[in-house]
Design a binder for this molecule. Structure first.
Ligand SMILES: NC(=O)c1ccc[n+]([C@@H]2O[C@H](COP(=O)([O-])OP(=O)(O)OC[C@H]3O[C@@H](n4cnc5c(N)ncnc54)[C@H](OP(=O)(O)O)[C@@H]3O)[C@@H](O)[C@H]2O)c1
Length: 257
C-alpha cells in the first residue's frame, strides 16, 4: 500500500484512536491531535509499535485561530495527503434543565462545525498546491433530525454536513476529495454518557472501517448503520407538522461530562 501522511484530530478518543491504530503501519506518518496528553501518549506508543512514524499535538480545538496556525505548522513538516477531522463533542439538555447552556452551544458550534470547516479549507489550500488530497469530516446522523433536547449538537453537525457537501463540489476540480461520515450510535465515551437506549449501536472498530472505506472509495456521504439511512428518508418525506409532533414527545438525558 502507498505510504500516507495523515492528520487525525480526536485521536485520543474512541473512534479517532481506532483510526490511528488502523493506519499505523511501516511507511505511514501519523500526526495525532487531542487534548488529553496521557491518552495521546498511549495511542502514539501503540502506533509506533506497529511501525508508523508518529507526531502528537495537544490542542484545544475550541480556539480556531490556534488550530489553523497549528495545522499550517504541522503541514509544513508532514505535508499531509489525508486529513481526518474526527474530534467532536456532544451535549444535550438534561432532564432537570429548562434550556441548553449558551456556553455549551457555543463550544459545540466551534469544535463540531466552525473549526473542522476552517481546517478543511486550510488543508485543501495546501493539498491543491501539491496536486490533491483527501479530507474526511466526521458528522452525525443527528444532523438530519430536529432534536429538541440537542439543538446545539444537531445544529453543529447539520452545519458540518452542508459545509461538506458544498466543499466537496468546490474542491473536487482541485483534486481534493471531501467525504462526510455520519455515524449513528458508536460505543465510545461520548455515547456512554447517554442515559437510555442506544439503538443499532456499532463498535468504534466498525466506525473506523466505514471511514477508511469512504476515503478509499471517495464516497460523498456515508451514513451507518443502515437503519439510520432509512430513518433519514422517512424524516425527509414526513410533513413538518407530524415530524414536530413526534420529535416533541422524545425525551433524553445524559450523565455529566
Ligand atoms: N460516539 C457516537 O455515538 C458518535 C455518534 C455520531 C457521531 N460521532 C462523532 O464521532 C467523532 C468522534 O467521537 P467519539 O465517539 O470517538 O467520541 P470520544 O470518545 O468522546 O472522543 C472525542 C475526541 O474528540 C476530542 N475533543 C473533544 N473536544 C475537543 C476539543 N475542544 N479540542 C480538541 N479535541 C477535542 C477528544 O479529545 P480528548 O479526549 O483528548 O479531550 C477525543 O479525542 C465526533 O465528531 C462525534 O461527534 C460519535
Amino acid at each position: 500500500m502507498k505510504p500516507i501522511r495523515i492528520l487525525i484530530t480526536g485521536a485520543s478518543g474512541g473512534i479517532g484512536k481506532v483510526l490511528a491504530c488502523d493506519y499505523a503501519r511501516p511507511g505511514n506518518t501519523l500526526v495525532l491531535w487531542g487534548r488529553n496528553a496521557d491518552r495521546l501518549q498511549d495511542i502514539s506508543r501503540i502506533c509506533r509499535e506497529r511501525g508508523a512514524s508518529v507526531l502528537t499535538r495537544e490542542i484545544d480545538l475550541s480556539d480556531g485561530h490556534a488550530a489553523i496556525t497549528a495545522f499550517r505548522a504541522d503541514d509544513d513538516v508532514t505535508q499531509f495527503d489525508t486529513v481526518i477531522l474526527c474530534a467532536g463533542l456532544s451535549d444535550m439538555k438534561t432532564a432537570s434543565e429548562k434550556t441548553e447552556r449558551a456556553e455549551t452551544v457555543l463550544e459545540l458550534g466551534l469544535v463540531n462545525y466552525a473549526v473542522p470547516s476552517a481546517l478543511t479549507m486550510a488543508a485543501a489550500n495546501r493539498m491543491q498546491a501539491r496536486g490533491g488530497g483527501k479530507i474526511a469530516l466526521i458528522g452525525s446522523v443527528a444532523a438530519y433530525h430536529d432534536l429538541p433536547f440537542a439543538a446545539g449538537y444537531g445544529g453543529s453537525k447539520a452545519g458540518l454536513a452542508r459545509f461538506a457537501s458544498s466543499a466537496r463540489i468546490a474542491l473536487a476540480p482541485l483534486g481534493v476529495n471531501v467525504v462526510l461520515i455520519a455515524p449513528g450510535f458508536v460505543d465510545t465515551a461520548m455515547s456512554r454518557r447517554i442515559i437510555g437506549p442506544r439503538p443499532f449501536l456499532v463498535t468504534p472498530e466498525a466506525a473506523s472501517r466505514h471511514i477508511i472505506a469512504a476515503l478509499a472509495r471517495n464516497t460523498g456521504e456515508t451514513i451507518f448503520p443502515w437503519p439510520f439511512r432509512l430513518l433519514r428518508l422517512i424524516d425527509r418525506f414526513t410533513p413538518g407538522i407530524i415530524r414536530s409532533a413526534i420529535m416533541s414527545r422524545i425525551t433524553a438525558d445524559q450523565k455529566p461530562r
